[in-house]
Design a protein around this ligand. Structure first.
Ligand SMILES: O=c1ccn([C@H]2C[C@H](O)[C@@H](COP(=O)(O)OP(=O)(O)OP(=O)(O)O)O2)c(=O)[nH]1
Ligand SMILES: [Mg+2]
Length: 144
């Protein structure tokens, strides 16, 4: 699909790293590096402004390598970019490790996945259909 984008960053547009990747890696666009102390969070700019087609959303997801090696995640994982949003795409990083982490300009900090979504209209009812699960949840089927 085609997505209109304005790139005010110094960096290339988000890219798929392999032929059938679901996510495009997105880069930080920074004047200077950002240091995240343990448990600190920061809204990292990308310099990108998008126009996602109506009926689609963009999810901002963590990169597993940064998560595993450095404890870097997204506070709001997955972030949701709405089709009607015209502001700058930003990435809400959090440092869940016990070491400082420095985000460098141009670093691939997260990945973007585009997905279709439905738009719901509520139908108010007095009762719902019966199922075997019923209200069971939160481990109701056991661990193994
Ligand atoms: O990781 C994110 C999450 C959101 N956004 C932008 C796009 C999105 O369309 C808008 C609003 O996001 P969301 O609905 O998650 O935030 P909110 O706290 O509900 O704010 P609002 O009241 O503006 O909807 O912020 C980002 O740039 N990055
Ligand atoms: Mg919102």
């Amino acid at each position: 699909m085609l997505i209109s984008v304005i790139n005010t960053s110094k960096h290339p547009l988000p890219e798929y790293q392999t032929a059938h990747a679901a996510g495009m890696d997105v880069r930080a666009n920074l004047d200077e590096p950002v240091t995240l102390k343990p448990l600190q969070r920061a809204l990292i700019p990308t310099g990108l402004f998008l126009e996602i087609p109506v009926g689609y959303e963009m999810q901002v997801r963590p990169r597993s390598g940064l998560a595993y090696k450095h404890g870097i995640g997204l506070v709001n994982s997955p972030g949701t970019i709405d089709a009607d949003y015209r502001g700058e795409l930003k990435v809400l990083l959090v440092n869940l490790s016990d070491q400082e982490f420095v985000v460098q300009d141009g670093e691939r900090i997260a990945q973007l996945v585009v997905a279709r979504h439905e738009t719901v209209a509520w139908q108010l009812v007095a009762a719902l259909s019966d199922t075997a699960r019923g209200a069971g949840g939160y481990g109701s089927t056991g661990r193994q």
